[in-house]
Design a protein around this ligand. Structure first.
Ligand SMILES: [Zn+2]
Length: 352
């Protein structure tokens, strides 16, 4: 109800020219919008997980409107420097993609190139070295493909009873059993891939075909090197897509990630994005100590000079966002109308 009222208000405002007024205002000029995307569907991934994937047609529509709204689309590093120097051009936007999935290479990058839009990819690297699908995601996708069925017991992969696959929650329970089994047995990446393959087989999904289409896989080293050479800004997202609470382990995630990115791109990454948007107070000082210059979250908001550079908000664009909402955020109206700062993961104060 509230959402419908908000959309109706946005429609009225847009028709009255309110978007344009805010987009050209001094208020908006002093702020930067950092857009955040994850995957762009190779096939039907946006139907499987709408908050994570957008269809390529939607992405293209968004890029067209950035051009139509005459936004100043800047590379992330330049945008952050100009923000600090109070030198932002009108309606400035920076575009970022998290994870560095193969679908970025195949679907999103050709579109960004077509519209001449600079982009930052926050690349996680473990699965770039080990070419197989991301374990928990591919299991979830296989279960979704068979959501009208039931999964019989498979104790050898951690499923001890017949499981219902009809709801997101019930499928999530199965994934949790599989992940817990893998953790308990201390399975390697290859062994986890074998578990996913057995799950697929039990549900009559052709796993060889699925993996050959590169669904839910990351870019490989060659692809990362190729896009970097072509001008894509490749930045930090941890090696194993996790942020341990132990400082030495956190540092290792940064070191391994940086080392892989440097060897592939020949450049040293200095910008970071928190995996899954999770951040804690101690991470800020660890990142600063490491020499990182900025870190982005998945919290919604525009960025202004004076914001903590290690807690930069973004606008996470997903299948669930309408074109009107997207345009409202680009103009600045969306941020003004947000009743409170919506956060995917709130800032967490450590326990001790
Ligand atoms: Zn991520």
């Amino acid at each position: 109800m509230l959402r419908n009222a908000k959309l109706a208000a946005l429609r009225v405002l847009k028709r009255a020219g309110g978007f344009e007024v805010v987009a050209n205002s001094k208020w908006r000029r002093n702020r930067l919008l950092i857009l955040c995307y994850h995957g762009t569907s190779l096939e039907d991934e946006h139907q499987w997980r709408p908050p994570l994937y957008v269809a390529p047609e939607i992405l293209e529509q968004r890029l067209q409107s950035l051009r139509a709204m005459r936004c100043s689309i800047l590379p992330l590093g330049e945008a952050l420097q100009r923000l600090q120097a109070s030198d932002l051009p009108p309606c400035s936007v920076a575009v970022t993609f998290d994870d560095g999935t193969y679908d970025f290479y195949r679907r999103a990058y050709p579109l960004l190139k077509k519209y001449g839009i600079p982009v930052t990819v926050y690349q996680t690297t473990y699965y770039s070295d080990n070419l197989m699908p991301v374990f928990n995601l591919i299991c979830s996708y296989i279960l979704w493909k068979r959501r009208t069925e039931k999964l019989g017991p498979m104790p050898e992969i951690g499923i001890n009873e017949t499981m219902n696959l009809s709801t997101q929650l019930s499928r999530h329970r199965v994934v949790r059993c599989l992940v817990e089994h893998a953790d308990r047995e201390n399975l390697t990446g290859r062994e986890k891939n074998e578990v996913a393959s057995r799950l697929a087989q039990a549900l009559r999904v052709d796993y060889v075909d699925l993996t050959s289409r590169r669904i839910l896989q990351l870019m490989n080293g060659q692809e990362i090197a190729e896009i970097a050479k072509d001008g894509v800004d490749v930045q930090l997202h941890t090696h194993r897509h996790r942020t341990p609470d132990d400082e030495a382990l956190f540092q290792r995630e940064l070191d391994d990630n940086r080392c892989r990115i440097e060897s592939l791109t020949g450049k040293s990454p200095t910008h970071f994005c928190y995996p899954s948007g999770v951040y804690r107070q101690q991470f800020v000082s660890w990142l600063r100590k490491d020499g990182v210059l900025s870190a982005t979250t998945c919290d919604s908001g525009l960025v202004q000079a004076g914001d903590n550079p290690f807690l930069l908000s973004r606008f996470v664009d997903t299948t669930g966002r309408t074109q009107l909402e997207f345009e409202s955020w680009v103009s600045g109206v969306g941020a003004l109308m947000a009743l409170r700062k919506t956060a995917t993961q709130r800032y967490t104060v450590p326990q001790d």
